[in-house]
Design a protein around this ligand. Structure first.
Ligand code: AMP
Length: 503
């Protein structure tokens, strides 16, 4: 069986005359994409030392950045995506943690640091069309993503070439979702979020075309425009996008949509009932998975007729895909039977080896356990779930203080660490609450003490954290409300914040 790298290489030449990407209203064929891939491969061979295995990639919205991913893979290297608008300190934290020396930036605008910056939009034509390429599988890495860390430092998630190959294999097996070269696929995700890998990879493997969201556009509004204008056939979005679109549901009609994928956050049945009318011919699917287990590992197909299973209006995350081994455990790691709530843990070929140089976190997040006659390494997701007799997994909530803001993963402790840097000695908590009007999750901060101007806090947080980790709301208390066991009552604070919004 061919690896995804071999299939990608083949797809580029096989679909030479078909469109691969539509970016800012401009189409690029697979042939044009290949030209960019070749230019970057030539440059990598000439300008990046052979032992520079991990190369930084500024995640711009252009054909060169997609080409860079493929070029790095074909050269046997891994990319480390960096958000273009992220605070410089955070960029440097990522670069330094990995020890990156070379960074690809198609805008050529980054000037900081003593790194080997390569402007991929300004490269000479390749002297040759490379026919050799790295197509094999190994524990070599394909990418390293960074996610929010409780200590205030982002943590690296290294995903290998075998992990990503196993993900595609699991997703393509017995799945009603099968793309072909006629498909027009939304790609709304940033390069730093692994759902982007799923969108461009599935599309490029099938010879289909991706449609991206230009920077500066309001995502949900532009998605609506793309869906209608280009009659997209595949969309994958976080549920927050659908919540924002809800007010336009009366105007939205996408009969061409074949697959409507939702992933990354709890999915509400009540909203899907309405969305199903907007996308009358689409298979609506809820996908679940942590970045540590390579994109996704469970799937639930929404039923248009008949009853859907749901837990407090939240749809199941569904059945296990491929060779993923999923168990539910109690606090002592005992495996629980159906219908008992516990933490969802995963083993299998999509699971990463461990966090990047973070033994302390690895010791906590990974453990060995005998299952089905074999000792396997399991990952603790922090998700509270149970499964039923059909093998469908139900999502209940988190066991910790990780939240999702617009689909982005945020450790509340990371926001607190940085806020405490400004408000030295203050008692404060970061928390998330559901804003009832749009049903979206909002990040807020509660501070014990006299109400003060929050602008300096915002300014400092902006210099350290990505935009989605900046609180949208502040609330002050003389004394924090406490629960019966003396802990800060976050539920009461969330209620107060909702009340404040209504006023
Ligand atoms: P990430 O690593 O950014 O993909 O985030 C993974 C986490 O997002 C999971 O551990 C869950 O807490 C949450 N998540 C992802 N997909 C879903 C889903 N379909 N339903 C509920 N929560 C989800």
């Amino acid at each position: 069986m061919k690896t995804i790298f071999e299939r990608l290489h083949h797809s580029l030449s096989e679909h030479r005359h078909r469109n691969a990407c539509c970016i800012k209203e401009t189409f690029y064929t697979y042939g044009q994409l290949s030209v960019e891939v070749n230019k970057i491969r030539q440059c990598l061979r000439k300008e990046v030392p052979a032992d520079d295995q991990y190369v930084g990639l500024i995640g711009n919205d252009d054909v060169q950045t997609y080409a860079a991913v493929l070029a790095l893979w074909f050269e046997g290297k891994a990319f480390v995506p960096i958000r273009p608008n992220t605070a410089e300190d955070r960029k440097i934290s990522i670069i330094e943690q990995i020890g990156i020396r070379s960074i690809l930036d198609s805008r050529g605008q980054s000037t900081f640091g003593n790194y080997n910056w390569i402007n991929t939009a300004n490269l000479p034509e390749a002297d040759t069309e490379f026919s050799d390429f790295e197509g094999g599988l190994s524990d070599d890495l394909a990418y390293i993503l960074f996610t929010s860390g409780t200590t205030g430092k982002p943590k690296g998630i290294p995903v290998s070439r075998s992990n990503i190959n196993a993900f595609i294999k699991a997703f393509e097996t017995d799945n009603p979702i099968q793309l072909n070269e006629e498909d027009r696929c939304l790609q709304m995700f940033e390069f730093t979020f692994d759902m982007s890998v799923m969108c461009y990879l599935l599309s490029f493997l099938a010879g289909a075309c991706i449609y991206t969201i230009p920077e500066g556009k309001i995502k949900s509004n532009y998605i609506f425009e793309l869906l209608e204008k280009y009659r997209l056939t595949y969309s994958a979005v976080v549920p927050s996008v659908i919540h924002f679109l809800r007010k336009y549901f009366d105007e939205i009609h996408c009969p061409d949509l074949r697959y409507s994928i939702l992933a990354g956050e709890p999915l509400h049945e009540s909203v899907m009932k309405e969305w199903a009318v907007c996308a009358p011919n689409a298979l609506i699917t809820n996908l679940y998975g942590p970045t540590e287990n390579t994109v996704i590992c469970t799937q639930y197909d929404y039923k248009r007729t008949g009853d859907n299973k749901a837990y407090h209006d939240v749809l199941p995350v569904g059945r296990v895909l491929g060779d993923n081994d999923i168990i539910i455990v109690d606090k002592e790691n005992n495996i629980l039977p159906p219908h008992q709530e516990g933490e969802l843990c995963i083993a299998g070929p999509q699971l990463i080896e461990g966090y990047w140089k973070n033994e302390e976190k690895n010791k906590y997040a990974f453990f060995d356990l005998e299952h089905e006659g074999q000792i396997k390494k399991f990952y603790r997701t922090g998700d509270l779930c149970y499964y039923d007799e059909d093998g469908d997994y139900m999502y209940i909530g988190r066991v910790d203080f990780q939240v999702k803001i617009r689909g982005f993963r945020v450790e509340l402790a990371e926001v607190e660490v940085h806020a405490k840097h400004v408000l030295k000695g203050s008692n404060l908590v970061a928390l998330a609450y559901t804003e009832p009007k749009n049903n979206v999750t909002v990040l807020a901060m509660a501070i014990e003490g006299k109400a003060t101007d929050t602008a300096p806090i915002d300014a400092y947080l902006q210099s350290q954290l990505p935009d989605y980790m900046i609180p949208s709301d502040y609330i002050f208390y003389n004394n924090f409300p406490l629960s019966v066991n003396g802990k800060i009552d976050r539920k009461k604070i969330a209620k107060d914040l909702v009340g404040k919004v209504k006023m």
